[in-house]
Ligand binder design. Structure first.
Ligand code: ZN
Length: 163
């Protein structure tokens, strides 16, 4: 199965699957099997439960990239930000759907799944999360593509397909 098809057919993969320690409540992304926050690490092993991050967070640091990594040439300049999620973990990701000059510390964003890059002529496409400004940020940025957040035909968590 191709990677693209894998993503299309596995909506759950669009979630930010992390883990949560049911002893102290700390959330981890990527998921961890042991909680470093708990005094008795070993006791937390069986207490880690799957946890999906909401994808909501705010920019705590960012960089405007003008010298792109291979595969990102078409996207410069682009913004890579550290986003502190509402659940705690800090994620690194590209910020899209906003002019780089409008990105700022404190900008509220949410994770959206996009094509990350294509690898050469083989056309291997990688998907993953990027961040887009949240609607409620109050400062709607440059024109947003209306149907962008969800790839065409994708079922989403918010609109479950009828059984
Ligand atoms: Zn813990």
């Amino acid at each position: 199965m191709s990677i693209a098809r894998f993503w299309r057919e596995t909506p759950r993969r669009y979630n930010l699957g992390g883990s949560k320690c049911s002893v102290c409540g700390t959330v981890y992304f990527p998921p961890r099997t042991v909680c470093p926050e708990c005094t008795h690490h070993r006791q937390s092993i069986e207490k880690m439960t799957p946890f999906h991050l909401s994808g909501d967070g705010e920019v705590v640091s960012y960089t405007v990239v003008h010298d792109p990594a291979e595969g990102f040439e078409m996207q410069v300049p682009y913004v890579v930000a550290l986003v502190r999620t509402v659940e705690g973990p800090t994620l690194t990701g590209q910020v899209v759907d906003v002019d780089p000059k409008d990105v700022r510390i404190g900008l509220r964003v949410h994770a959206t799944f996009r094509k990350l890059r294509e690898e050469g002529k083989a056309g291997v496409i990688h998907y993953g999360y990027k961040f887009a400004p949240s609607e409620e940020d109050g400062r709607p940025p440059a024109p947003r593509r209306p149907a962008a957040p969800t790839p065409a035909g994708e079922p989403s968590e918010r609109s479950p397909t009828p059984a």
